[in-house]
Design a protein around this ligand. Structure first.
Ligand code: F6R
Length: 244
C-alpha cells in the first residue's frame, strides 16, 4: 500500500483537468482498462473534459470496459432518476463507448444471484484497473453506506437518511429518491489497481478529513481507501481541503 497522492486544486475546473490527466494516463497505459464510473455532481466536469479531449483526438477509449458503480432499485426502464441513464449521458455516449463494453448491475430477477454473477464476471476479467469515485456526505463510496466493511461484496442496500437527503438535490425532493439500491462492493472497489477519489466544496470538508485522517473503519467506508493495495489519487479543491 503506497501513501495516497493528495492533489489540492483551486476549483472544480482544475479538478476536472487534473482528474482527466490521471484517467487519460491509466487508459494510455491500459487501453483495455476496466473502469468503474461514479455518477453524482463531482465528476461531471471530468467527464466533460474527457469528452472534449476525445473530440480533439487527444484521447481515444474504444477498448475500455465500464462497470456500473451503483443504481437505484424499483425504477421503470428509462426513469429520469436512473443512474445508468445518468452515466450514459455524461460518460458513455460522449466517449462513444459501445453497449457491449458496459457491465450493468442487476436491477431485477434474483438480485443476490445477479450481484454474485456481476462480481464473478468482474473478477474473471481481472478486476478493476480504475475506479472513479465521489465521496458521499457520510463517507460512502458508491452506495456502500456506513457501516460497510472492506470485504463487502456487490449487494442490495438500504439508502441512509443522509444519502436520501443528499440525493434529493438531484431529483427535486427526498420523496423522489428511491430507498433501496444496488452497489458495487467495497471489496471490488478497494482491489482496483488505481482509484481516483474526487471531492469538491466546503460541504465535503469534514467527511474528507475523517476519510483521510480519521480512524479507519466501517463507519466511514472511504477511510478504507487508505488501505488499498492499489494506487490512490485524491483530487480535491481548496474548499474541501482547507484546514481553516
Ligand atoms: C454516485 C455515487 C455516490 C456519489 C457521492 C458523491 O454514483 O457513487 O457515491 O459519488 O454520493 O456525490 P456528489 O458528487 O453528487 O457529491
Amino acid at each position: 500500500m503506497a501513501a495516497p497522492r493528495i492533489l489540492v486544486v483551486d476549483d472544480t475546473d482544475e479538478l476536472s483537468r487534473v482528474a482527466a490527466d490521471v484517467v487519460a494516463a491509466v487508459i494510455e497505459a491500459t487501453p483495455a482498462a476496466a473502469i468503474a464510473v461514479a455518477t453524482g455532481r463531482t465528476p461531471i466536469g471530468l467527464y466533460a473534459e474527457l469528452a472534449a479531449r476525445r473530440r480533439s483526438n487527444l484521447i481515444d477509449v474504444p477498448g475500455i470496459a465500464v462497470y456500473q458503480l451503483d443504481e437505484y432499485l424499483g425504477l421503470e426502464p428509462f426513469d429520469r432518476r436512473s443512474l445508468f441513464g445518468w452515466m450514459q449521458q455524461s460518460f458513455l455516449e460522449p466517449l462513444g463507448i459501445e453497449d457491449e463494453r458496459v457491465n450493468r448491475l442487476p436491477v431485477d430477477g434474483d438480485l443476490d444471484d445477479g450481484c454474485a454473477a456481476f462480481d464473478r464476471e468482474l473478477e474473471a476479467g481481472g478486476g478493476l484497473d480504475l475506479a472513479i469515485l465521489g465521496l458521499g456526505p457520510n463517507g460512502h463510496l458508491g452506495f456502500n453506506e456506513p457501516p460497510s466493511g472492506p470485504d463487502t461484496p456487490t449487494r442490495v442496500v438500504d439508502l441512509s437518511p443522509v444519502t436520501i437527503e443528499a440525493n434529493a438535490r438531484y431529483w427535486g425532493d427526498a420523496a423522489d429518491v428511491p430507498r433501496t439500491a444496488v452497489t458495487m462492493g467495497m471489496a471490488q472497489l478497494l482491489s482496483a489497481r488505481s482509484i481516483v477519489l474526487l471531492a469538491s466544496g466546503e460541504e465535503k470538508r469534514s467527511i474528507l478529513h475523517r476519510a483521510l485522517e480519521g480512524s479507519i473503519g466501517p463507519e466511514v467506508p472511504a477511510s478504507y481507501l487508505r488501505e488499498t493495495p492499489g494506487e490512490l489519487t485524491v483530487i480535491v479543491d481548496r474548499a474541501a481541503r482547507s484546514q481553516g
